[in-house]
Design a protein around this ligand. Structure first.
Ligand SMILES: C[S@@+](CC[C@H](N)C(=O)[O-])C[C@H]1O[C@@H](n2cnc3c(N)ncnc32)[C@H](O)[C@@H]1O
Length: 198
């Protein structure tokens, strides 16, 4: 599933995180201790979208241990991109920093620890990629705060369309109603919402 153009060290690290995430999440019961990583096939699709669209200024809500952040940072890299990644759990950010360092990608990532809705209010932008993978009921508010901070060309991606349909319904209604964006949902992994303004 991993990308042939990705070097072996990074492929091995991502595989290690995938195995650790699966094993950890099957074992622990407290949600804050779960990794809840993106499905590998979804990560691959997100990576292709990022590389094909050429976006470079990303904000991610929901870092966890940086599995998806590594994919994003690697995908943004050739175009000189950077990513701001937010998580409210400081332990997750400790793990994320370590994993990003191991990936050799920490210099492309700014980690902000705290509540995502409060943090996105403070970010200046502009952003051309928004990746939402955290508290789905707050996605509508978060995207409305981010809309004025988007570049003319922008890609908005959100996970969990199939796994949490009720929680994400309001976001889907909002994003699919944006007149200047194309929108679709893709039944891959936990279900992906993709909106693009080109
Ligand atoms: C599904 S996990 C993210 C998985 C990650 N994108 C990956 O693929 O590896 C969701 C993360 O969002 C964080 N989170 C949930 N609600 C949040 C909020 N209101 N503000 C900031 N982080 C939040 C949780 O701590 C958790 O680490």
């Amino acid at each position: 599933m991993l990308n042939a153009a990705m070097d072996q060290h990074l492929r091995e690290l991502l595989r290690e995180l995938e195995e650790h995430g699966r094993e950890n999440d099957a074992r622990v019961t407290e949600r804050p201790r779960m990794m809840l990583n993106l499905d590998p096939a979804t990560a691959q699709l997100v990576s292709i979208l990022v590389r094909a669209s050429g976006v470079t200024r990303a904000v991610e809500i929901g870092t966890s241990n940086a599995y998806s952040t590594i994919w994003l940072a690697w995908s943004l890299g050739p175009a000189g991109g950077r990513i701001v990644s937010i998580d409210r759990n400081p332990d997750k950010h400790t793990l994320a920093r370590d994993n990003l360092r191991r990936a050799g990608l920490l210099d492309r990532v700014e980690l902000h620890t705290g509540d995502a809705t409060a943090i996105v209010r403070q970010l200046a932008g502009p952003f051309d990629l928004v990746f939402l993978d955290a508290d789905r009921r707050n996605f509508p508010e978060q995207i409305q705060i981010l809309l004025p901070k988007l570049a003319a060309k922008a890609l908005l991606i959100a996970d969990n369309v199939l796994s949490h349909p009720e929680e994400i319904a309001e976001y889907l209604e909002f994003v699919s109603g944006l007149a200047d964006f194309q929108h679709t949902t893709v039944p891959i992994g936990k279900g992906l919402s993709i909106a693009y303004r080109g």
